[in-house]
Design a protein around this ligand. Sequence first.
Ligand code: FPP
Length: 247
Amino acid sequence: MFFKGDKEELAIDAERVPKHIAIIMDGNGRWAKKRGLSRKMGHKAGADTLEKISRCAQDLGVKHLTVYAFSTENWKRSEEEVSAIMDLLRKYLDEHIKKCKKDNFRVNMIGDPSRLDRDIQEKINTLTSLTKDNTGLYLHIALNYGGRDEIERMVRKVAAMAAAGDMAAEDIDDKIISENLDTAGIPDPELLIRTSGELRISNFLLWQLAYTEFVFSDKLWPDYNENDLKEAVYNYQNRDRRFGGRK
Ligand code: FPP
């Protein structure tokens, strides 16, 4: 499969497309500011980019796409911005409920839903159950998600199991930990993409990114396109992954 690189056509090996890509969709605010628009308009453009990129990931043969839509820290933003993002989320969920069979995505949420408004929680549950028998991309949306919060919740669950005598503390291993995170059953991402030129992981998937390859893009999320995604996959395919070992 070929796509346009800077100077020449570049080839992606269809056999080695990452099964799981995680994305930190950053730069909506700066994109809006540059155009004299409200931050809400930036997030709206960001939601449109998410649509394009999810479809492209599915076409490339990616199985899982996890996107950071709202972090546990994002509540610190102005009430106006938080409610604008929540309204966009409502709209996004409603639209996906309508076209759930057409896209063929399987939608899932990671994060702690308890702080989200009741109607949003209900829409998420509806969409998850309507799409569970689809056969395409698993689209995991991180909402009120924080890596440390997820680990805290996991430790509480595992500690409670040990305290109840369901297992011994010595039995706690990599597998038990993974099975009690929000991402239970999902393979770790092979590739993480962050847009907007920021070089940090901002509390995203702290456990799961242990051996993930990172690709950073200077583009702001609303400007990110299908070709950029293909370039990131190409980049990933030309890395030497050793998982701490030697070749
Ligand atoms: C980061 O840009 C983006 C977010 C905090 C929210 C991401 C939300 C979307 C892509 C759209 C809504 C999602 C759904 C699923 C409807 P920023 O605001 O931090 O940008 P800045 O760093 O330039 O200010």
